[in-house]
Every structure is written in C-alpha cells, then in structure tokens.
Design a protein around this ligand. Structure first.
Ligand code: XLS
Ligand code: NI
Ligand code: NI
Length: 441
C-alpha cells in the first residue's frame, strides 16, 4: 500500500504549463514561464510563489452573513487526523499541479485545534510527519509557518498583548509548538501577524504595557528558535486594523520603529501585504520602499482590496499597473530577503467549482510575471533610471557630496545659499514617468 493518500481531488486538471500569451487555454500560464530568465534570474527564483493553506484549503466561503458555500471533499466531517491527512493530500496535489515550490501555513490550518493544549500538540504530532513525508515525495517546501493566535475566543483581548498573563503564557506555548513544527517541516521563515494585538478601545487599554509585552514576547520567540537551530528570518506582517480597531503593527514604518526600539532589527524583517497597505492608506509601493530603506523587505503577501470597500477583501491580484510599480522596487532592491510571493488571497463566495482556485492563482501569477517583465524593461530600456539618478546628481559631487557625507554645518549651508542665489525650479516629471510605465506594460 502506498504510504501517502492516492485519491485525486482535482480530477481532470492537468499540471498547469506555460503556453504563452497566444494560448486560449484558461488553465495555462500566459506570461509566467518559470524557466525564463528576467534580469539575470529565473522567474521562479525571483518569485518563490507560495499557496496560503488557510485560504485555499480551510476557508469554505463563509462570511458574516452566511455559511460556507464551498464544500470540498477533504472537509467531510470525520476523525480530525484523517481529515487533516486528506487536506494535506489535496494541498500537495494542488501546489504540485500549479507548479509552485512553496506553501505557507498556520499551525491549526494543518489540523483542527484540540480541546486542550496537550491534545493539540498530540494532533500536530500526527500530521507533521505525514506532511513532511509528502513534502519529501513532492519536493514542495515551506516558505513560512505561523501560529493562529487570533481565532480562538481566548485571544479576544489579544495574545502576546493580552491583559491576562495566563493568556500570554498560552500564546507562548502555542508559538513554541508552531516554531517546532516550522523547524521540523524545514520552513525557511516564520511570520508574526498580530491579528488581535491592538485594542478595541483605549478606555480599557494600557498601550505602553501591552507593547512592552509584545516586544519581550517576540524576543523570547526569537531566542527559542535560534537556540533550536532556526536560521531563517522572522517576519512581522503589518496591518492597521481588522479584526481590532487599531493594531500595533499598523504599517511598515510603525513596525520598523517597534523592531528597532526592542532591539529586534537584526532577526526580523517585514512581510508586507497589498491589501494591508491600502487599509493603512498607503500603496504597496510605499510600504515596500519604506521596508527596503531599512533593509527589511522580507516577503510579500499578494492580494488586492476593492476600491469601493474598506476592508481586507483578500482578492487575487490583477492590477498590472500597481504590481508593476511594486516590481520596480522589487528589482531595484534585488528581490526579497528570504521570502517570496505568498498568495494570501481567497476566491469569492460564489466561486464554487473545483477549478476556481486554479484560475485565481493563474491570474495572480501571470499578473506578477507580466509586471516583472514590464518593470525590467522600464529599468533597462527606458529613461526612468537615468532620470532618477539625474534628479539627485547635485549630491554626487561638490558641496552636495560634502553634505551627504556629513562634512557641512548649518553655517556652511548659509554661506553656500548666499553665494548661489535663488535655486532654479526643476520639474518632477511625474506625468512623463507615469506614461513611461504605461508604455512598457
Ligand atoms: C490577515 C493576515 C494573515 C497573515 C497570517 O489579514 O494577512 O492571513 O498573513 O496570519
Ligand atoms: Ni497576510
Ligand atoms: Ni490579510
């Protein structure tokens, strides 16, 4: 008997291949050619695409107004270990058919949480070896693992920032186990997304104390994982709100300040998400530029919001112009530090066919591929880069250079300004640059 499940869940769907832009097969990549070299690197190595276990295999389309609409064969109610194994089979089949190398998970995406900590640990002990064997068999790897410290009612007032120490300790225990399984599964990175780390009202919140607890907690998690041989990056994933009214990891700039304050900057980088950027009233391009300027551009959660809705709709990305802006920074920074592109996105509630998650991922992947090619052309063929260099060229020599290297005083600026008179106006050329981007899409 085969060690691993041999039931096919996505029947009739063949591995998705690159067929080029002329193909009219909807189940093929039109732009993503994993073996194509762009900017000196294979496309698949640029991106390290990952499937989000939770959205693709755990969610069933429930929303606050109604039950799930998607009944997946691996969800049939039965023994939790059997259900988890079926889900793992489906996941690896899906990831392999997409041609992805990676997935990301929360601890209790892999198997349903038990009634006690001990029972949960026992369950994880059953599914993790199974997944490890499936990974070995298929070559699929873990981009990052994380712990779900936000769904269970015990975390309603926060996990690491809970006003009750008993809950903080429980979160610590859960994250210890999540780090253990991430290590066991060879996870390349570990993510902290503080879904409930924030407040619903400041009237009942000691903000300073909660943030101090979070800083201490992240340091403990780091120390534990390093002691046990974890070599990867820790990522914090900013999000301004939802589920809390305010989340402490508000945006890239806030998280960077926090990491520096608690002396975590050497082990932690950022996992940025498109829809979280827009919730914070930023663009993803902004969040990436901020992270990159601190050497903390770690990984990306790919999705998109809705221009008319103000929440985390987690739709699959399809906006070529926006992703191209993001890919400009991506290429100028020579990629991500340790991470990849994780589709933290879900199909709509009325997408109920088994092939819908294929179409969703194909669309996202092709958008990134097309955007990467466009951004590379903008950087190599258009005047974009030379314009940018030219714009700051007054700092490349003379007094400007002396200023940058800290050799001038305020009195020097006074003297120089008096000698040179009124500076000429220099256009920012925004519209011209916008047109260049459009031209290369
Ligand atoms: C939710 C977050 C979550 C993290 C992982 O908004 O994006 O999915 O990526 O906990
Ligand atoms: Ni995310
Ligand atoms: Ni999100």
């Amino acid at each position: 008997m085969a060690l691993l499940g041999d039931q096919e869940f996505f029947k009739g769907i063949q591995p998705i291949q690159y067929e080029g832009p002329e193909s009219d097969n909807p189940l093929s990549y039109k732009y993503y050619n994993p073996e194509q070299v762009v900017a000196g690197k294979l496309m698949k190595d640029h991106f390290k695409f990952a499937v989000a276990y939770w959205h693709s295999f755990c969610g069933q389309g429930a929303d606050p107004f109604g039950a799930g609409t998607q009944s997946f064969p691996w969800d049939l109610p039965r023994d939790p270990v059997e259900a988890a194994k079926a889900k793992a089979d489906a996941a690896i089949e899906f990831i392999t058919k997409l041609g992805f190398d990676y997935y990301c998970f929360h601890d209790y995406d892999l198997i349903q949480e038990g009634d006690s900590l001990a029972e949960s640990e026992k369950r994880l002990g059953k599914i993790v070896p199974y997944l490890k064997a499936k990974q070995k068999e298929s070559g699929v790897k873990v981009l990052w693992g994380t712990a779900n410290c936000f769904s269970h009612p015990r975390y309603m007032n926060g996990a690491a920032t809970n006003p009750d120490f008993e809950v903080v300790a429980r979160a610590g225990a859960q994250i210890k186990l999540a780090l253990d399984i991430t290590l066991e599964l060879g996870g390349e990175n570990y993510v902290f997304w503080g879904g409930r780390e924030g407040y619903m009202s400041l009237l009942n919140t000691d903000l300073k104390r909660e943030q101090d607890h979070m800083g201490r907690f992240l340091g403990m998690a780091r120390d534990y994982a390093r002691k046990h041989g974890f070599k990867g990056n820790f990522f914090v994933e900013p999000k301004p709100m939802e589920p809390m009214k305010h989340q402490y990891d508000f945006d890239a700039a806030t998280v960077i300040g926090f990491l520096n304050h608690f002396d975590l900057q050497n082990d932690f980088k950022l996992n940025l998400e498109f829809n979280h950027a827009t919730l914070a009233n930023h663009t993803m391009q902004h969040e990436m530029a901020v992270a990159a300027s601190h050497n903390m551009l770690g990984s990306l959660d790919a999705n998109r919001g809705d221009y008319q809705n103000g929440w985390d709709t987690d739709q699959f990305p399809n906006n070529l112009y926006e992703i191209t802006e993001a890919m400009l920074i991506f290429l100028m920074e020579s990629g991500l530090q340790g991470g990849g592109i994780n589709f933290d996105a879900k199909i709509r509630r009325n997408s109920t066919d088994m092939d819908d998650i294929f179409h969703a991922h194909i669309g996202g992947v092709d958008t990134f591929a097309k955007a990467l090619i466009a951004a590379d052309r903008v950087l190599t063929n258009s005047p974009y880069k030379s314009f940018l260099g030219e714009r700051y060229s007054s700092f490349d020599s003379g007094d400007g250079k002396a200023f940058e290297s800290g050799k001038l005083t305020l009195e020097d600026l006074y003297r120089i300004a008096n000698q040179s008179g009124e500076p000429p106006l220099r256009s920012g050329k925004q519209e011209m640059l916008e047109n260049i981007l459009n031209q290369y899409l």
